[in-house]
Ligand binder design. Sequence first.
Ligand code: FAD
Length: 441
Amino acid sequence: MRNGGVSFWWQQVGLPTPTDLLDGDVTCDVAIVGGGLTGLWTALYLHEADPGLDVRVVEAEFAGFGASGRNGGWLSSELAGSAATYAEVAGEAGVQRLRDALRATVDEVIGVAAREGIEADIVRSGVLVVARSEAQRRRLGGELTADQVAARVRVAGAVSGHHDPDCARVHPARLVAGVARVVRERGVRIHEGTRALAVEPGVVRTDRGTVRAPVVLRCLEGFTAGLAGHRRDWLPMNSAIVVTEPLSDAQWARIGWDGAELLGDEAHAYCYAQRTADGRIAMGGRGVPYRFGSRTDVDGRTQPATVESLRSTLTDLFPSLAGIGLDHAWCGVLGVPRDWSASVCFDPGTGLGHAGGYVGSGLTATNLAARTLRDLVLGHDTDLVRLPWTGHRVRRWEPEPLRWLGVHALYRLYRAADRREDAGLPRTSRIALAAHRVAGR
Ligand SMILES: Cc1cc2nc3c(=O)[nH]c(=O)nc-3n(C[C@H](O)[C@H](O)[C@H](O)COP(=O)(O)OP(=O)(O)OC[C@H]3O[C@@H](n4cnc5c(N)ncnc54)[C@H](O)[C@@H]3O)c2cc1C
């Protein structure tokens, strides 16, 4: 089994060599720091709105090196952030507007991919979430009976389920590589292999020169903590994925899963999975949630304990796959704000902006956030700039060792709550409710 190498997705398409490295000092109209989907979509929409703008992206490795090229491929309409937090500023109506906008964004991404010839194994198959205990069933409130779930996917112990049609299966590396290709074709420069060291009003200082621009947008998500002055903004939370060898027809016949639905469960330490276009199962979960001092992984390598935990989740869901080979494991970081809610911010006074903090639901949200940033930067008064995450401010995380102790305690609590619920507790465990309070969710 291969571990790391950025991700299985990138290994399938081939790891790119960084190109167009910054060579000395430059001046442009908009400097975007981070070449993941937030940065790339922002560059694309800004260029589309005003092709005369000189927009440049500064990327430490290569476009799509981060979570955008490593994720589970759920292009979903789930809310990126906490409904309660957004409701505090915008009421229930504001939360609903954000939900509606995210739903519409699933089709926006699919539409751009179709228009631009981005082949990313996209199937708008919806997501199936299953409950495997009475407590999960009550929490999920799903409309599918156990038999109806089994008619789609035979998950061991599933008692009910919910199918949301507004979700698509994607191949993450193909999507982000496609968006990067389109951005370059438009003439936007992506300076790969160029690491930002500091971001200040009007300037990005990198290890290869200085980019001066009246507008500087920080799009670093889970890597934000690595930038000077931002260590405690968003916590880099790990998520890890394993991918099986291709399943045989007989193995698929035992499981069902004839469609390409995304599959998840309602546990507190939840898992997420997809059936890949080449007939494997990719399954992810939290694993070791956080590294001390907000460090990130090296090249996507994950801990052996995480691989074993994901293997056991996989065979717990599908006992008929006991002993199946795993071909690849990897991990990545996503950005978690202290209140678990995303933000899209731009200050016309300083020209500084940022977007991110999507807490694991960023694949769709990056596109919506990018169009919002575009409108903020161009000063357009649109519905997007009135979404509840615009201008959202959040306090910073606690210093170490509190941060490390808190996150690890939190996930111990979630796992304990899952064990109680699995053992027959018929309602959501109080331990999980306490964990939510500790987390500030
Ligand atoms: C394992 C995993 C599974 C996930 N599964 C899903 C899913 O199924 N569905 C979903 O909706 N979301 C999922 N997410 C979350 C989603 O992938 C992210 O929210 C989204 O990709 C964030 O995009 P981004 O562009 O903001 O950040 P990233 O894609 O992380 O991009 C940030 C970029 O900044 C670069 N960078 C870092 N430091 C610097 C620096 N100093 N200077 C310049 N560049 C720098 C990085 O190399 C990287 O390319 C998952 C995340 C992970 C890690």
